[in-house]
Design a protein around this ligand. Structure first.
Ligand SMILES: [Zn+2]
Length: 350
């Protein structure tokens, strides 16, 4: 097969470095960063622009269908559990709904990168349909997430700075890892989630988003909770929505975050993040919708979720990616890479 063409010249940086001391440039960079998910660091060999454009094509119908499918899965699972009630079935339902909530979060992530629709108003409307039920502001998430993409794993990456705490330091022993995940599964990570949401909301306000945009999600959250109480659905809402968020979703987001940016060599732009090749079980309940192809996403944030696997296969045909990218087969091996004496630090994936 013919090699995938790569552009001769590296893509120029769109914005100045933080080391630039020109104040005007710095101010422009802060403003523009809200609208750019382009990596600000040193570029690496890139695919040809025509190929990236082809991979980056937006499919609104695909986004809407996936959104509808996830809600169908959720409603169907609730109906089944109510109909054939059993404690074991309830546990399975919590896991299933938590995984579907994760799928909604991934749709929110795509909409944050403007991958839901060409029209930005429509894009944000569709994104809010995915994010509002998770009580996260799409706009607050986008602001933080773009800074993360531009300055990944540096002091200008708010996500990286926020995780400068003992629980996010690696390596960890098997026991420490197990306790961390068990705590999340028991709902102990919920406080951290609330703090994360409030911090993003505060950042949106302090970055001049204005009252309407800042108040949008708090108003939607109050509206959802009020509707639940007024219609007498507080108990089912707690069991089938709040419990999956506080348990399975919280644990899965922890696993994903560890896999994406921790316990890595970080000696090259392609080792600042990790791509995991998930098993079928992991695709279903831990990392749906190609979210595990994280290096590919950081290199090409314009590619929507449904083309990330194809993008991975194309990138594997380029020497730079095949030789440098940190690829791990399955999340169990990710945990092994988090140990003081890592097993298979880099798992060859071909
Ligand atoms: Zn992203």
């Amino acid at each position: 097969m013919a090699p995938i063409p790569v552009s001769a010249a590296p893509t120029p940086r769109l914005l100045p470095n933080h080391s630039d001391d020109n104040q005007a440039n710095r101010a422009a960079a802060v403003g523009a960063a809200r609208e750019s998910d382009e990596y600000a660091g040193a570029p690496y060999e890139k695919l040809a622009p025509a190929i990236v454009r082809e991979f980056s094509e937006i499919s609104t119908s695909r986004f809407v269908l996936r959104l509808a499918l996830e809600w169908t899965y959720i409603i169907g699972a609730i109906w089944l559990c109510q109909h054939y009630w059993h404690p074991a079935l309830f546990v399975a339902t919590v896991v299933w709904i938590g995984a579907r909530q994760h799928a909604l979060a991934i749709l929110m992530h795509d909409a944050a990168h403007y991958r839901a629709a060409q029209n930005r108003r429509l894009n944000d409307f569709l994104g809010i349909l995915a994010s509002a039920p998770l009580f996260i502001s799409l706009h607050a998430y986008r602001l933080e997430h773009f800074a993360h993409h531009r300055h990944v794993n540096t002091d200008d990456d708010p996500q990286w700075v926020d995780r400068d705490t003992p629980e996010w330091r690696f390596p960890k022993s098997r026991k420490q890892l197990a306790w961390l995940l068990a705590g999340d599964l028991l709902g102990l990570g919920s406080f951290e989630t609330v703090r994360y949401i409030l911090r993003m909301q505060w950042r949106l306000w302090t970055h001049g988003a204005g009252v309407v945009l800042t108040a949008l999600q708090p108003v939607l959250t109050i509206a959802i909770v009020t509707a639940v109480i007024v219609t007498g659905n507080l108990m089912p809402f707690t069991l089938y929505w709040a419990v999956p968020i506080a348990t399975w979703l919280t644990m899965v987001l922890r696993i994903r975050s560890i896999a994406e940016h921790f316990a890595l060599p970080r000696d090259h732009v392609l080792t600042e993040t990790r791509t995991v090749i998930p098993t079928m079980f992991e695709t279903l309940l831990i990392a749906p919708m190609n979210i595990a192809y994280h290096i590919e996403h950081h290199q090409y944030p314009s590619v929507p979720f449904h083309r990330l696997k194809r993008l991975h296969k194309s990138l594997m045909k380029t020497a730079a990616f095949r030789q440098q990218a940190h690829l791990t087969r399955g999340y169990f091996r990710v945990f092994q890479e988090c140990l003081p004496d890592p097993v298979n630090p880099v798992t060859p994936v071909r």
